[in-house]
Design a protein around this ligand. Sequence first.
Ligand code: C5P
Length: 298
Amino acid sequence: TGSRKNDAQPVTINSVPLAELAPAKINLALHVTGRRADGYHLLESLVVFAELGDRITVAVAANDSFVVDGPFAGDVPRDGGNLVLKARDALRAAYPEHAVQPVAIALEKNLPVASGIGGGSSDAAAALRALSRLWRIDCDKTALASLALPLGADLPMCLAGQPLIARGIGEELDPVSHFPALPVVLVNPGIAVETPKVFRALASRDNPALAPLDSADTVLDWLATSRNDLEPAAISIEPSIAAVMAALRRSGASFARMSGSGATCFGIFDSAATAARAAAAISSEHPSWFSAATMTRT
Ligand code: C5P
């Protein structure tokens, strides 16, 4: 009504909802090169991010809240177990003088959960980006990454969100410049795989390092010299991962591999059009699988 329009509302620029994409993370290569005394594995990984992802929206509100929608909303915890809420609480604890306003957080869950493409970590990283803007926390990326690492080894790379080589357990990040935009298809067989279980099933923990990536232009040749060392362990736990890679190759991928600890695999295609056709063909052949074409972000 007209009278409602005139109701005085406290207006600040921060009350406008802020949205951040939480892109799918793709480990183009992942070598397991050792193990730390605390049991965490030392990795070397070439990581890129996709145009496809979840979406986080934050807004100042009267009370804290958290809602989830989207195709995979049912698989996401709504309580303190969710990394998004852990990220909110960690940011608040680190910057209590800035983080005074309660926040409404919405998560649109478009990506399968526990699937090797960063899901929870990317959501939490997007929440940190969005909330530091909303609360006007002027912290540098390094400070945000140190705050994020205890929440999960993949958080710092997801905060960076650009092509990079990750080392250590994921805290040492080297950006890769001039990386090409690759047409990819992401396929998941609809089965969650627990990361610790995959690491426990590893046959070898001391594998060769990545070869130097001299130029991002020759990445397709370079990929043939690399591996995902978690693949055999993940396939022993979830054999359908091998079927997913076979389906990608049959549908025209020039290269197919598992991402992270699985079960999602990616295929690289010649063009966005061939990728889109392959994603559609795999979806119709395997209606219970998740299959989506996207581009990698440069
Ligand atoms: O850090 P994040 O929560 O992603 O790790 C989940 C589990 O995966 C860890 O508790 C650990 O068992 C295993 N992990 C590992 N080495 C890594 C990352 C994860 O052993 N670099």
